[in-house]
Design a protein around this ligand. Structure first.
Ligand SMILES: C[S@@+](CC[C@H](N)C(=O)[O-])C[C@H]1O[C@@H](n2cnc3c(N)ncnc32)[C@H](O)[C@@H]1O
Length: 228
């Protein structure tokens, strides 16, 4: 899903969590994976006097939009956007002090094949990585999946929290911790639901259904860890 500017404002607790875990931001060289329209990168860059935020995004239109916005907001000195690649991060080993990712998981073969080992590769020793993801802990029937995709939830990772722990550890990341941010995203989805005139099936599945709803089968998780 892509967040709108209004939604990003409601998601401030997620961004504040990035800020807490990456602090001090100032002076750091930070990579933002899946930077989309650039909002996460801008939020970080605006809190930095020195250093650099680099966003990478696969979608060329989104990439162009983010570059344009950076120009309009006159923060190109601190933030830049690069074309991503599907299966690797186009930077050398040990480049970044910190890495932030919005939905890019391992080892899902699609839609992306970038995983924690590749993320850890570009981090410097002592660097922090902080990832968010939507995980599904129960098997979703195909029709539920289709309806969720129609409301923008195309990136769903079938995994348990322990799977994430395992993937981080396998990549050599330590001090791994989880934060369940499902309560932060629920009001954002409620608002989205009320903004449409004819409600698609996906909203009741996501918000009300006793088997599948947020907090029951679907969770928004935040995971952080350090490269030793
Ligand atoms: C769920 S969206 C991210 C939402 C975004 N952070 C926002 O604020 O709206 C996922 C994004 O990841 C991008 N993406 C998928 N695979 C990627 C890859 N290998 N490298 C970089 N970006 C990728 C997609 O093009 C899409 O824009």
């Amino acid at each position: 899903m892509k967040w709108t500017e209004d939604e990003i404002a409601l998601l401030a607790p997620v961004l504040e969590q990035f800020e807490v875990d990456l602090k001090p931001l100032d002076g750091k060289n930070i990579l933002v994976l899946c930077s989309a329209g650039g909002d996460v990168a801008f939020w970080l860059a605006k809190r930095m006097k020195q250093g650099k935020v680099t966003g990478i995004e696969l979608d060329t239109q989104l990439l162009e939009r983010a570059r344009q916005k950076a120009q309009e907001q006159e923060i190109e000195r601190v933030v830049e956007f690069h074309q991503a690649e599907k299966t690797r991060i186009p930077f050398p080993d040990n480049t970044f002090d910190a890495l932030v990712s919005e939905f890019i998981v391992f080892p899902t073969p699609s839609p992306t094949e970038i995983g924690q080992p590749e993320m850890a590769r570009v981090l410097k020793a002592g660097g922090m990585m902080a990832l968010t993801d939507v995980i599904v802990v129960k098997s979703l029937p195909q029709d539920v999946r289709t309806e969720l995709r129609e409301i923008g939830l195309e990136y769903l990772c079938e995994a348990m929290q322990d799977d994430f722990l395992h993937w981080m550890e396998e990549a050599g990341v330590t001090e791994v911790e989880f934060v369940d941010l499902t309560p932060v995203v629920r009001p954002v989805w409620e608002k989205r639901r009320h903004s449409v005139s004819k409600e698609p099936e996906g909203f009741p599945y996501l918000l009300d259904d006793p088997n599948f709803r947020l907090g029951e089968a679907i969770f928004y998780i935040y995971v952080r860890g350090k490269k030793p």
